[in-house]
Design a protein around this ligand. Structure first.
Ligand SMILES: CC(C)(COP(=O)(O)OP(=O)(O)OC[C@H]1O[C@@H](n2cnc3c(N)ncnc32)[C@H](O)[C@@H]1OP(=O)(O)O)[C@@H](O)C(=O)NCCC(=O)NCCS
Length: 148
């Protein structure tokens, strides 16, 4: 398999592919309109061989804080560093936007994502009990201070 990919801003014509990845990545996927609503935010895709969308990250900046709202990689393209590159890219964008702290929530049982975020300098700062539905699960809140 060709492992090359590039990171670029998401476009409206990516939404069908993005929605497809969302559906296979999550038990409680966001519907297409919810994904579309973030096209003007920090929404990046990993674009692989033949223009295939391998995954995406969605971030949002509010003044000097930011949140990573969504991150998913198609199961066929995992453990190749795609998520790490996407998160590094969105963090660089946050840095350019003057962001001081980046937050995210992750399911308490999502060990792979937690390892990814810890590896990128995020630290756990709280728990939101039963934050998630379908299935119900606690959220762990992580925070990172860019260049901190
Ligand atoms: C979590 C997810 C985004 C990781 O994507 P990925 O492209 O496979 O991750 P990467 O290859 O960039 O992994 C970087 C590091 O994260 C950690 N990691 C990622 N997935 C892991 C897993 N399943 N188990 C353990 N560690 C994992 C490892 O430290 C990995 O480095 P290594 O491969 O050198 O050991 C992907 O599995 C996914 O889309 N899962 C379903 C949706 C989801 O959980 N999104 C996150 C919501 S908060």
């Amino acid at each position: 398999m060709d492992d090359r990919f590039r990171i670029r801003p998401a476009r409206p014509d990516d939404l069908t592919a993005i929605t497809g990845v969302e559906l296979v990545a999550f038990a409680d996927p966001w519907p297409r309109p919810a994904l579309a609503a973030h096209l003007a935010d920090h929404f990046r895709v990993a674009d692989g061989a033949g223009g295939r969308i391998l995954g995406y990250v969605i971030g949002r900046v509010v003044e000097d804080e930011a949140e990573i709202l969504n991150l998913a990689i198609h199961p066929a393209h995992r453990r190749r560093g795609v998520a790490r590159r996407l998160v590094e890219d969105v963090l660089a964008g946050f840095g350019s936007a003057g962001v001081r702290r980046v937050f995210l929530e992750v399911r308490a049982g999502n060990r792979g994502a937690i390892r990814l975020y810890r590896g990128l300098g995020f630290e756990m700062v709280g728990i939101r009990p039963r934050y998630y539905a379908r299935p119900p699960e606690d959220a762990l809140v992580f925070c990172r201070i860019p260049n901190g």
